[in-house]
Design a protein around this ligand. Structure first.
Ligand code: ADP
Ligand code: MG
Length: 300
């Protein structure tokens, strides 16, 4: 089978691991930087060119446009769908998950527990607004951000006001979220593939940091979690229609809550902490997905 990995660089950990796993399983693999794609839109003749040549048609596409989910990257993913290729995470589901507020709205709508979150564009009623999320400290997040970048804490009403003024003046939207102090800088990352949990780690923030992201120096530990946590992660992935999802869960005193769902989850921490071959599992699923898509096409 020919697997196309859409990724900015072949040298990234996950891309390297996917390439290795694909070859070990006897597949052909191509790594394509979405920015090198030329998208051609035309009635019945849509195409993708790489430089001046039409893209060699793969059997399946695995989009890995996590840290660089740009409009361009997304346009490439939807073009691959438009020309009829099976894409493991759809452009629509990637779009929904990259917007943190939209993601939380979809989760809440589907009965998934989330931290209380507000979006506003006016600081006049800040006291009432703060009351809705339990007062300071609060967490402030840029609507789009990943790897801990754009996630801040405001300790007081004054610092929140300054922060909001700054981000609004930069033309950015933020959400204000209840701070979960009992998490103590720890959270759980649950990797869901094809509706099944394939691994869980606890991430522990480095000293003096509340963000547990591995990219922010967080440490990963293999853990086991209750079935209810697994069910929550699977429900979150399903709500966003993501076949491959990294679900971030925070443990609050009122139970586990989903903070966000990532459509191109990294798994270096997970592989190191658990010794599992996560890349292989994802490639195996990708191949299955392509086979099912082919059968559906034949039946239609
Ligand atoms: P990113 O996309 O940058 O990973 P997240 O929403 O996952 O954004 O937040 C990054 C990290 O910040 C989380 O992994 C968690 O450790 C911490 N964090 C996020 N929201 C909260 C919260 N409401 N209370 C306490 N810690 C939080
Ligand atoms: Mg996260």
């Amino acid at each position: 089978m020919k697997i196309l990995i859409l990724s900015r660089r072949g040298t990234l950990y996950s891309t390297r691991r996917f390439t290795k796993a694909s070859l070990q399983l006897g597949h052909h693999v191509m790594v394509l930087d979405p920015l090198r794609c030329v998208v051609v839109v035309a009635k019945d003749a849509g195409a993708i060119y790489v430089k001046d040549k039409p893209l060699e048609t793969p059997d399946v596409v695995l989009p890995r446009i996590g840290a660089s989910i740009t409009d361009y990257g997304l346009a490439t993913v939807s073009q691959l769908e438009l020309i009829g290729l099976p894409v493991v995470n759809s452009s629509q589901s990637i779009i929904a998950s990259r917007d943190k507020l939209r993601c939380l709205q979809i989760l809440a709508m589907n009965g998934v527990a989330v931290p209380r979150t507000i979006m506003c564009r006016d600081a006049r009623n800040l006291d009432q607004i703060l009351g809705l999320v339990g007062g300071t400290p609060v967490i402030v997040k840029l609507i789009q951000g990943a790897q801990g970048v754009g996630v801040m804490m405001a300790d007081s009403r004054g610092s929140l006001e300054g922060l909001l003024d700054t981000v609004w003046n930069l033309g950015r939207e933020v959400l204000i979220q209840e701070y979960v102090p009992e998490s103590k800088g720890e959270d759980l990352r649950v990797l869901v593939v094809g509706g099944e949990v394939i691994g869980v780690i606890r991430r522990i923030a480095r000293a003096g940091e509340f963000r547990s992201n591995i990219h922010k120096g967080g440490e990963a530990k293999a853990v086991d979690v209750p079935q209810s946590y697994r069910d929550l992660a699977v429900a979150a992935a399903r709500a966003l229609a993501l076949n491959i999802a990294g679900v971030d869960i925070i443990e609050s005193k009122s139970g586990p809550k989903v903070m966000e769902v990532n459509s191109s989850p990294g798994f270096e921490g997970l592989e190191r902490a658990t010794g599992q071959d996560v890349a292989r599992k994802i490639i195996e699923y990708t191949v299955q997905y392509a086979e099912k898509a082919k059968e559906r096409k034949k039946a239609a």
